[in-house]
Write a protein of this length. Sequence first.
Length: 255
Amino acid sequence: MKPVPEDIRKGLAAKFGYDAGALAMLGGGNESSDGIVYRTDRNGTAYVFKIIHLEAEKPGLGITTRQRAAFFAYLGRNGVDVIAPEPNADGNLVEVEVSGKDAFLAYQYPFADGVNPPPEMWTEELIQAWGRTIGKAHRLTKSYDIWQGIPSPVAGGANLLSWQAEVESFTCWCPDEDVKAYWRRMGNRLAAMPQNREYQGFVQNGPHMQYILVKEGKVRLIDFDVASCHFYACDLAIAIQSVMLTGASGMEQPV
């Protein structure tokens, strides 16, 4: 991640009522990170404060992050066990500061105790609780207004937050032409599937082991940064894949 200028960090912290000097780093901030995460306290309550970086000239700046935050807040209000973002005093879930060609977005949510479950915690009860939490979110999303993404500000572009935009993004990002061909093939197969609310909606799009928090058998979904409108089966596949890859020593090892 691109370093956050100190004046930007102070400005974003102030918008959420924090003293930038009291922000204690929790993680992130390196080249492979999507953001930098801090812990802080306000009125006796611990919060997580996250800053992410985007290109300031990117079409629809901040729209996707705001929609993702609003979706997770909706899940939290309706009884799903998620770590939901909370608005600041102005009622905003997300705030933005721009510095030249760089934009930095920030949001907050309550700090929660728990662990990303290691294999020794994988009991049948835990797996069932994990599945119930994902299933409850899927039931609720069928009543959510957004389920096919939102219109792109670029003429002819795929809807933002759609599975089509995700496939397009990964295809463009990948430098290997053979791998690109597989992405295109997968996109064609997804396009041939039924496109209705019975099979797809706004989902977390990443309920793997690192995106759930467990305490005393309770499973909570965390991190909405990649939430998108996708097939419900995608969430299930990601959860299963995380178990399989962890059992095979992780993504960096041959399976």
